[in-house]
Design a binder for this molecule. Sequence first.
Ligand code: ADP
Ligand code: MG
Length: 308
Amino acid sequence: MPSEFELIERCFKRRTHHTLLGIGDDGALIVPTAGHELVVSTDLLVEGTHFFPDVDPEDLGWKTLAVNVSDMAAMGAQPRWATLGIAVSPEPTFSWLDDFARGFFACADEFGVDLIGGDTTRGPRCFAVTIMGEVPAGQALRRSGAQLGDEIWVSGFPGRAARGLAHLQDRAPLGDQQLADCLAALHRPQPRVALGLALRGIAHAAIDVSDGLLADLGHILEESGVSATLDSLPQNVDNAYLAGGDDYELVFSAPATRSADIAALAEQLQLPLTRIGRIEAGLPGSLRVIDSAGQDMTPAKRGFDHFR
Ligand code: ADP
Ligand code: MG
């Protein structure tokens, strides 16, 4: 049985790249870049709620950081530093946490995040990350910025993670081809950092899809005091696309005058960006969904809610 300190030393202490003082003291020291604002966000992953007990620890390590990096992407921020709070029972000792750490640091390396501290305790398994990123002063993408006439866009392929989960739960089996993509989306979400950075100065509002496309778009609408109609959705849009959570794609609104820039961005980033509707005046937060045959298909449930 390793001690708490052996465990931190072995699994989580790594070289940092842009940190004055990292793991090992009572606090870390970081030097924010002049002229920038710090963007701070926390996400918690709890066994039984966010992951199965038999999850692959390396995938879980990736996802634990990736969902936080995604919040930086949604703010248009460059991810920089993170802390990691861990509760584990004594059993999954070195080898489980080694694997977790490998996935975590793969994500950290990919997105330039230094792990600068945390806390480790015995308890029902859960992981909490606080992430910090930087954005030039005044340029963060907020939920509250959507304007009348904006077009609404979404990145990537929403619904894949929910389809992967439905497959694993024997609710809706997938064929081999789809299965690989859907399980990758579920286990190894790719935060859209390059997109978030490129959308500074283009998008009026942005959010990442963690609870469901409609649910998360709903937050933009409420915060911006506007309504929306989605009338250019891809054909065969299903409930997983509209209300499946866990995709970590970005939904954003931008003026119609920037649509060519956004199309160019999709090309440059090799990432599909789909225009699905527009911002309108109306009851704040309200949302109409029109299918490709012109029928109203506004669903009852917009997404996942931990308390409903
Ligand atoms: P303190 O008792 O002063 O809170 P700890 O003994 O809990 O400090 O932690 C020692 C050092 O290890 C601190 O720098 C802390 O930030 C770091 N640390 C503890 N747990 C983790 C973890 N899971 N991941 C990264 N760093 C950690
Ligand atoms: Mg402590």
